[in-house]
Design a protein around this ligand. Structure first.
Ligand code: PGA
Ligand code: ZN
Length: 416
């Protein structure tokens, strides 16, 4: 049993300079740890509620003082002094205390910060790495490091909509080593930065996750540029390095129409377009190709590309077991983008994970566009043997904290 002595929290700032929350958990044994939670901008409508103060005098209403107070007062007064046999016991207590289906009373940000801080404090108490604690949660003995999918170009909500799709990511596939993958990504990123300067006369413009935001006129121009940069950096597209795309199409879908730049496409037209991209470019993973509520057309997309590409659901699934069940039963996808803060506790994220695995799906563990310098995501991806990890680009410290933690883990397990 693990007894909580005290829980508290504070408001901190994320990588966009917006408030978020960090919680600290002190155990009876003296072990004490903090964890902070990220925040999305391109959010799915099925996500758990991130509690914001709504007071326009502070941070345009984005303050997190209410969430902080919920940890300091209500959650602490109920849970301090209580003993828990497992992470899931603690998480169940938080879910019951909140009492809503989307964590809107206490706030998913408050609840997740406590859930994570408890996990880290327990790992300190048992003197084990955090990933071991995560691996135990899902009964995994031999964790594996994920393949990197790294943001090269951004558009959509993360980059001022210069192109409607959100991310073009590079995935080193000729190596399974994190350190070798990062070397390859660095070479491609530098090549892309030079190429953008010579082609568009532009200095580096970086989007929220550090991806470059070239002023390409079309999506095809952007995808071709990514392929050219891979080649120019000395790698073979599709053999050494593949592409992943986050279309994030919920954000340009309106009343049955996909507003893809100057074009208006029906769902059938959008599926055709996605198939053309998969046929033309070395894309191994396609995220949110269709909108989160376009359920009728996901099975068609899956039938046409599911044998050669991951059909990955982010807004579609929201790390929510109910949505994953529906997608699995209707053959809508074959991969889950797992973001713990979409559901609000580690235990429910583990349920989402198990359910996705029961359908034979692949898992991509993902950061959010608003991140902190915390690195628990790397331990989670390794502990749960995620197939892929999506952290963002390699230029900002809130992203590098996670890449560097993966390097640390790789060195540790290599030495072992
Ligand atoms: P978000 O975007 O963190 O802004 O929601 C990330 C994504 O869509 O994958
Ligand atoms: Zn996404």
């Amino acid at each position: 049993m693990t007894t909580i002595k005290r829980l508290d929290a504070l408001e901190i700032l994320d990588s966009r300079g917006r408030p978020t929350i960090s919680a600290r958990c002190e155990l009876q044994s003296g072990a004490t740890a903090s964890c902070s939670v990220p925040s999305g901008a391109s959010t799915g409508s099925g996500e758990a509620l991130e509690l914001r103060d709504g007071d326009s005098r502070r941070y345009g209403g984005l303050g997190c003082r209410k969430a902080v107070e919920h940890v300091n007062v209500e959650i602490n007064s109920i849970l301090a002094g209580s003993a828990f046999a497992s992470q899931s016991e603690l998480d169940r207590a938080l879910i019951d205390l909140d009492g809503t289906t989307n964590k809107s009373r206490l706030g998913a940000n408050a609840i997740l910060a406590v859930s994570l801080a408890f996990a880290r404090a327990r790992s300190m108490e048992s003197q084990q790495p955090l990933y071991r604690n995560f691996a135990n949660m899902i009964g995994s003995q031999l964790p594996l490091l994920p393949r990197l999918t790294v943001n090269l170009f951004s558009g959509g909500k993360h980059a001022g909509n210069q192109v409607p799709i959100q991310d073009v990511l590079v995935c080193p596939i000729s190596t399974s080593s994190v350190s070798a993958s990062l070397e390859m990504v660095y070479a491609i990123y530098q090549t892309a930065a030079k190429e953008i300067l010579s082609r568009y006369g532009m200095r580096l413009l970086r989007a929220d996750e550090g991806g470059l935001a070239p002023p390409c006129a079309t999506i095809d121009e952007l995808l071709s540029l990514a392929v050219e940069c891979i080649e120019q950096a000395g790698y073979c597209p599709g053999k050494d390095v593949a592409l992943a795309v986050d279309v994030a199409s919920s954000h340009f879908f309106d009343q049955g129409t996909y507003n893809l730049g100057d074009e208006q496409l029906t769902s059938e037209g959008m599926v055709d377009r996605l198939v053309t991209w998969i046929d033309t470019y070395p894309i191994v993973s396609l995220e949110d190709g269709l909108a989160e509520d376009d359920w009728d057309n996901w099975p068609d997309l899956f039938a046409r590309i599911g044998d050669r590409c991951l059909v990955l659901g982010d807004d579609l699934l929201c790390t929510n077991p109910k949505r994953i069940q529906r997608a699995g039963a209707s053959h809508a996808a074959n991969a889950l983008l797992l973001k713990v803060n979409q559901i609000g506790t580690l235990t429910e994220a583990a349920e989402a994970y198990r359910l996705a695995r029961s359908f034979g799906w692949k898992i991509t563990v993902s950061a959010r566009s608003g991140e902190t310098e915390d690195n628990w995501l790397a331990d989670l991806a390794f502990g749960w043997s995620a197939d892929q990890i999506k952290i963002g680009s390699i230029t900002q410290s809130e992203r590098l904290a996670k890449y560097n933690r993966l390097l640390e883990i790789e060195t540790e397990i290599g030495a072992a």
